[in-house]
Write a protein that binds this ligand. Structure first.
Ligand code: AMP
Length: 428
């Protein structure tokens, strides 16, 4: 299977080969043909499967075949849940449209709107947006969605997780009824199906490789360790392993900052990425991590969502998440595009229950190692840290809003990763 045989135009094939892609990924092979035929598509795919090119390439093909538009109204709208994802998708749109006469822009909140408005005023064919800023600018009369022909809802499950349902419904009222819709989601809960039903018109359903494949190619290991020795252990592992690109997860923003400072003091370049960081700081941290000037990126779960970091060799859970599904999301960042990865978890006595929950979810026990000098504390309590009264930070997550029955659904692909929509993201 080649990109050419999928029927994509020459300028797109040129951009694809410039990116170095040789063959379409499974989701691309399945999604591109129906999109080119003008059909609605409902795709089950997560970040790392090549889904962005899966919708962007055929979308650009269709737009470039359409009649020349003098005033360049917005003809394609791509909605994403996070600013980072919006920026990444837009970067892809720009790369793939390099040899086409297509203009694109990205808008998201947290930054001054004026440069975004200036860009819109110059005429834009493809707009990538997060819901809040999109509605805001539309309310101000600074953009119109009346000419949208193609609507893409990316990471629909995360949209719902983050409470964007009302915004999506509002946006649907701003775009024409007659349009092509593409919806991507990693999971298919009842709410997602309901949303799909309300947006899509006789969609073709496509699925990427099963979710669990990623987990199978990842080498997982647990280090049992005393809580107070975690920082020194992680520094030892990274330094002695000479690991160059490590994504570390902490449970709280405060924990991320603290660990980041310790790493820097130990001579390891590190940056933290979480909700309290400005957009500029987050973008800079991510860019540094990608170009190799930052060795360790310390992130909270929410901040790490949708980050496009290809072929990540090491993920470390400095603390285990108290939601087992978050573990699968975290370690899914290694072993992407078929490459092998290593996922390490530092587990103290009070995380024993979380570890059991994770092992139950993934259906296997994870290999345990103890490093001399970093042994677990035999007297430490195995009582789990109560969400909401985190011992270290004083600010925790409200677990009451979560569906505690989720952990028991080992084999249910859809329910495994479905989340409560009321999650308290304050501490993350
Ligand atoms: P995505 O799932 O869209 O976030 O893409 C994940 C990563 O795979 C990105 O870094 C893409 O540049 C890369 N990618 C997408 N399609 C292909 C392909 N056909 N061959 C190789 N890499 C790809």
């Amino acid at each position: 299977m080649s990109f050419k045989s999928l029927g994509l135009s020459e300028p797109l094939l040129k951009a694809i080969s410039k990116k170095g892609y040789e063959t379409p990924s499974p989701i691309q092979a399945k999604a591109i043909p129906p999109v080119l035929e003008g059909k609605d598509v409902l795709a089950s795919a997560q970040t790392g499967t090549g889904k962005t090119a899966g919708f962007t390439l055929p979308m650009l093909h269709l737009l470039s075949k359409g009649p020349e538009q003098r005033h360049r109204p917005i003809r394609a709208l791509i909605l994403t849940p996070t600013r980072e994802l919006a920026a990444q998708v837009h970067a892809n749109v720009k790369e793939y449209s390099e040899f086409l006469n297509i203009r694109s822009a990205v808008i998201f909140g947290g930054v001054n709107q004026n440069p975004q408005v200036n860009k819109l005023n110059q005429g834009v064919d493809v707009l990538v947006a997060t819901p809040g800023r999109l509605i805001d600018l539309e309310n101000q009369g600074l953009l119109s969605l009346k000419k949208v022909e193609i609507f893409v809802l990316d990471e629909a499950d995360r949209m719902l997780d983050m409470g964007f349902l009302r915004d999506i419904e509002r946006i649907m009222k701003l775009i024409p009824n007659k349009r092509q819709n593409l919806m991507f989601s990693a999971t298919f809960s009842k709410d997602i199906k309901k949303l799909a039903y309300s947006i899509l018109n006789h969609p073709v359903q496509v699925e990427a490789t099963p979710e669990n494949t990623a987990v199978e190619v990842i080498e997982q290991k647990v280090y049992r360790v005393a809580k107070g020795k975690k920082t020194n252990l992680i520094i030892k592992l990274i330094s002695e392993g000479n690991w160059k690109q490590v994504l570390v997860f902490t449970r709280t923003k405060h924990g991320a900052n603290k660990l980041c400072k310790k790493m820097i003091s130990a001579g390891i370049t590190a940056a933290a990425i979480h909700g309290n960081k400005s957009q500029g700081a987050r973008t800079k941290a991510l860019a540094g991590f990608k170009n190799g000037s930052v060795r360790v990126l310390v992130a909270t779960d929410i901040a790490a969502r949708g980050l496009d970091i290809p072929l990540l060799p090491h993920v470390i859970n400095f603390e285990l998440p108290n939601i087992s599904e978050d573990y699968v999301h975290r370690i899914g960042r290694t072993g992407r595009a078929g490459a092998e990865g290593q996922a390490i978890s530092l587990v103290s006595a009070d995380e024993t229950t979380y570890l059991k929950g994770i092992e139950k979810l993934i259906g296997e026990s994870i290999e345990v190692e103890i490093v001399e000098g970093f042994e677990p504390d035999p007297n430490a309590s195995t009582e789990p840290i109560k969400p909401g009264q985190n011992r270290n930070q004083g600010r925790g997550r409200n677990s009451n809003s979560r569906n505690s029955s989720r952990n028991s659904s080992k084999n249910s692909k859809n329910s495994n990763r479905s989340r409560s929509r009321n999650r308290n993201t304050n501490s993350r």
